[in-house]
Design a protein around this ligand. Structure first.
Ligand code: ACO
Length: 473
């Protein structure tokens, strides 16, 4: 069982700890979490103070370099990142080669209530296009082919520790191009050409611009919807105490404003967003892959792939598909029966660290209601409410300390806001890139750095002799 010390006489003692539930595999000074008390610090700074006062790039700098930047350092960092936002034309072309099945006309408006003109249509089957996460992962991985100076196989294993400029260049590129590739993946997903980034916009504005370029037509997202997206990004960072801010500062004001206002009203959009949550599955994957000293593009692609899974960052997408499958509130009982019979999971419930009601989920639940007031009540909300009520009253879930996590409600909001379901994990990935890079850089600097190579407990057959094929029955 987990935690049991196996006595292997030949090979010494080993701890059997499936899923690393109780094994520390790194010393890290990046993120501190206390799940019981709801504490989350980046480099010692409470996330509340960062969310209130800083911006995404400032927090990215803090995570990666260990200290808040001086004005000069920040200006240089921002300049470098923003001058690495263009994706090579060949990279864009590569992403556009992914499968795109033509299908009878689908109203884009159904998928994107931000759009002012419901008559805009597009020829695409949204259920059969390549999921944007795959497009994003491939784009990131392909970056390694454009930057051979970042390949330790060619340049030597200590290329980054010997050359801070080369190290920093890869950080600038990955931070700069991640939103660009994500926006390209989204544009391809909705059957539209890619938008290039534009000079003079902030990091966040650029992302929104590339999603839906203002110059194409007037684009007026609802203010409250924009706020909801903002708070979701912040919550994904692991923010625990933003309920007050939502109530105090934002209330339930409904209005329409230009997309450019989005970033200025909300410096934290995609900002102190989703940046790090210590050794979660994808960050552990980043450190694990990076420990072989592979190039950082391959490692970030691997981390993005880990994030995509339904037990991790793909959970919000899985929640949506689960609710659609349940269909209506009266089917909740039989679905929970399936969960208890272990035929499926209750997605959006449970967390390795939070063994109580994830406080982020409470806030997202409220945001969901606010959003539905504007875009109309998402029919699946009734299913979600009944499912949550029934699970929280069920001894099976209570005894296992299974409560809604942040992803339980966020998928419904993204859906109501018009994002395709399979875009959710990409929204999650963009700001998480800075956390992955912080861990990658920290692991390069470890004095006792080792390749990650867990041990196993062999439980297969003992030695036996080979039987030729002709002698086997
Ligand atoms: N549905 C049904 N049963 C569950 C669930 C669930 N969502 N989560 C845990 N359990 C059960 C397990 O089967 C286990 O039962 P048992 O002791 O009878 O065998 C018990 O609760 C303990 O669960 P573990 O699997 O040991 O918990 P662990 O910490 O390993 O897993 C995880 C955490 C992966 C998040 C899990 O709760 C899960 O799969 N949840 C659903 C997916 C999800 O919402 N993930 C998002 C997490 S947040 C994020 O990554 C951004």
């Amino acid at each position: 069982s987990a935690g049991r010390v196996e006595d292997e006489t030949e090979n010494g003692l080993r701890v059997y700890d499936p899923g690393f539930q109780n094994t520390a595999v790194a010393r890290s000074s990046i993120t501190y979490i206390n799940g019981d008390e709801g504490i989350l610090h980046y480099r010692g700074y409470p996330i509340e103070e960062l969310a209130e006062n800083s911006s995404y790039l400032e927090v990215a700098y803090l995570l990666i370099y260990g200290e808040l930047p001086t004005p000069t350092q920040f200006a240089h960092f921002e300049h470098e990142v923003m001058h690495h936002t263009f994706a090579h034309t060949k990279l864009t072309e590569l992403m556009q080669t992914f499968n795109y099945d033509a299908h009878p006309m689908v109203s884009l408006h159904h998928l994107h209530p931000f759009l002012p003109n419901p008559s805009v249509t597009i020829s695409a089957d949204f259920t059969r296009l390549l999921p944007p996460q795959g497009c994003f992962i491939t784009g990131i991985a392909a970056m390694s082919t454009f930057h051979p100076e970042a390949n330790p196989a060619l340049q030597g294993a200590d290329v980054f520790t010997n050359n801070p400029q080369i190290l920093n260049k890869q950080i600038f590129r990955l931070l700069g191009k991640s939103p660009t590739l994500a926006a390209h993946a989204y544009r391809h997903r909705i059957g539209r050409p890619a938008n290039s980034p534009q000079n003079g916009l902030s990091y966040t504005e650029n992302f929104l611009y590339m999603l839906d370029r203002l110059s194409e037509r007037e684009y007026k997202p609802n203010k409250q919807l924009a706020r909801a997206l903002d708070i979701l990004f912040i919550l994904h960072a692991g923010e625990l105490r933003l309920g007050g801010r939502w109530e105090e500062n934002w209330g339930s004001e409904v209005g329409v404003f230009q997309m450019t206002d989005f970033a200025s009203c909300s410096p934290n959009v995609c900002s102190v967003t989703n940046v790090d949550h210590e050794l979660n599955c994808s960050t552990a994957a980043m450190r694990h892959i990076g420990s072989s000293r592979v190039d950082p593009y391959s490692a970030v692609a691997g981390a993005s792939a880990a994030l995509y899974g339904p037990l991790h960052g793909g959970a919000n997408e899985a929640v949506l598909r689960m609710l659609e499958r349940i269909g209506s509130a009266e089917n909740v009982g039989s679905f929970l029966g399936e969960v208890k019979a272990r035929r499926t999971k209750l997605f959006g419930f449970g967390h390795r660290i939070y063994k109580n009601y994830d406080p982020r989920a409470r806030i997202v639940r409220k945001v969901a209601y606010d959003v539905f007031d504007i875009v109309g009540r998402e029919p699946l909300i009734e299913v979600a409410i009944e499912l949550e009520r029934a699970a929280l009253a069920d001894e099976y879930f209570v005894s296992r300390k299974l409560y809604p996590n942040v992803d339980y409600w966020s998928g419904l909001i993204y859906k109501a806001m018009g994002f395709p379901t399979d875009m959710f994990p990409v929204l999650f990935a963009i700001p998480r890139v800075s956390g992955w890079l912080a861990h990658w850089k920290e692991s390069l600097e470890e004095k006792d750095a080792k390749i990650w190579r867990p041990r196993q407990i062999y439980v297969g057959p003992p030695r036996r002799s080979f039987v030729p094929l002709s002698h086997r029955e």
